[in-house]
Write a protein that binds this ligand. Structure first.
Ligand code: ADP
Ligand code: ASP
Ligand code: MG
Length: 412
């Protein structure tokens, strides 16, 4: 039976744990088949099965410590090739017509920045043709192709972005992200048992949460959603009765005076360059070579100078710490700084809420709560609607739970 050619168009995405084994793939196929039987036209984006992408990274590193990014992207793309073809076959088993497409076949064109490519545009003709022929379309997530037909990937967690970008390009009626939790929670439910699912959340708050560690949504997927006005439902592929969370344009005129959620990150390293002469151009001299080495720098703090000498501190992902240290140490003679020290056992905790920009007192309450729990703050950074504290990695869980309690997030 072919779905109604004019039925609503739905883009769904199933993450790694939702397609972790053959049984899960068959379960997802039956969910899709049921929706298609109800008359909806379905494009389903899939991630690689379970921890496949991590295993592929491990394999590459058994061969070389410095795999070339182009080869890594070719390798990564095999993960989603497996899950998308198996899901298509599972639909065939259920008597549905389905076809799997690689990112390139789905028309996803990107720049050539391997490992973190950005989508330039999506040529939707092929997908539309398959839908018009009554097929369910399964698209391999997180991949695209450059103008030279090289396979690229969008960065870890990028299948969310594939789905939201496809929903925008196809002007889909719905965009649904299915994962292993029942939506966006007030904090990661795996480390904060008191966390509760939100009914809805604005793009702006979701973007801050995603950018500061709430890995349930890829930050760039939220950006694309905001840009094209795609309303995104995040829900569980395991429980079918939970309503999930809608990410959309916030509609309340006055923002509630409340923290909306807490995000955390682990494996952060802090690099401090001591005794830096306080003269114009020093920051450029330091951060340009880091950028050229592909090190992405997060928080940067420059201390007030004493006798014309200052300390410059910045954070990077722990995986980039050695490279950051190497680049910075090599610059010491040139910038005439005295030494570099690194601390690689850090994490972060962030509180996010649009109400913060207009109400004072959030920072004071955050700092007091951390102090009362014996948690030292190593660095602080803020945006209009977020406060982030860098703390010892071992204390991140305690920090999240303490702040969840202090800001009453367990209550509606
Ligand atoms: P998928 O494989 O479906 O893309 P991810 O592992 O990328 O799933 O994201 C889902 C995970 O995100 C959850 O299992 C949860 O541990 C984590 N997470 C972190 N912060 C949050 C949050 N605020 N709400 C829900 N889940 C969160
Ligand atoms: N498989 C990729 C990853 O693990 C992309 C994704 O799952 O979104 O990062
Ligand atoms: Mg994910």
């Amino acid at each position: 039976m072919a779905p109604d050619a004019a039925g609503p168009l739905v883009v769904q995405k199933y993450g790694g744990s939702s397609v972790a084994d053959a049984g899960r793939i068959t379960h997802v196929a039956s969910r899709i088949a049921e929706r298609a039987a109800g008359g909806e036209r379905i494009v389903a984006v899939v991630s690689a099965m379970g921890d496949t992408t991590d295993r592929l990274i491990g394999l590459a590193h058994e061969i070389t410590s410095a795999p070339r990014p182009r080869e890594m992207d070719m390798l990564f793309s095999t993960g989603e090739a497996v899950s998308s073809t198996l899901l298509s076959m599972a639909l065939h088993e259920l008597g549905r017509d389905a076809i799997s497409l690689s990112g390139m076949q789905a028309g996803i064109r990107t720049d050539a920045v391997f490992g973190r490519a950005r989508i330039a545009d999506i040529e939707t003709a092929r997908i539309e043709r398959e839908l018009a022929a009554g097929r369910i379309v399964i698209v391999a997530g997180f991949q695209g192709a450059s103008d030279d037909f090289d396979i690229t990937t969008l960065g870890r967690g990028g299948s969310d972005t594939t789905a939201v970008a496809l929903a925008a390009a196809l002007r889909a009626d719905r965009c649904e992200i299915y994962t292993d939790v029942a939506g966006i929670y007030t904090a990661d439910p795996r480390i904060c048992p008191e966390a509760r699912p939100l009914r809805d959340i604005g793009y702006e708050e979701m973007l801050e949460l995603a950018a500061t560690g709430a890995r349930v949504m890829h930050a760039r997927a939220v950006e694309v959603g905001a840009l094209y006005g795609v309303r995104i439902l995040v829900a569980s592929s395991f429980e079918s009765d939970a309503p999930g969370t809608l990410i959309h344009e916030e509609s309340t005129m006055e923002q509630a005076d409340k923290v909306r959620g807490i995000a955390h990150e682990q494996a952060i390293a802090k690099i401090t360059v001591r005794g830096v002469p306080d003269r114009p151009g020093i920051a450029a001299q330091l951060f340009t070579p880091l950028a050229e080495a592909g090190v992405s720098v997060d928080t940067i703090v420059q201390n007030a100078s004493i006798e014309n000498l200052t300390d410059m501190t910045f954070t990077v992902e722990r995986g980039d710490a050695d490279e950051a240290l190497r680049v910075t140490e090599a610059l010491l003679p040139q910038i005439e700084a005295s030494e570099v020290v690194a601390d690689a056992d850090l994490g972060s905790v962030s509180i996010v809420g649009t109400g913060m920009s207009t109400s004072p007192g959030f920072a004071a309450r955050m700092f007091r709560t951390l102090f009362e729990h014996g948690i030292n703050i190593e660095l602080i950074s803020t945006s209009e609607i977020r406060i982030t504290c860098i703390v010892r990695e071992a204390q991140v869980g305690d920090a999240v739970r303490a702040l969840h309690d202090a800001f009453d997030l367990d209550r509606e």
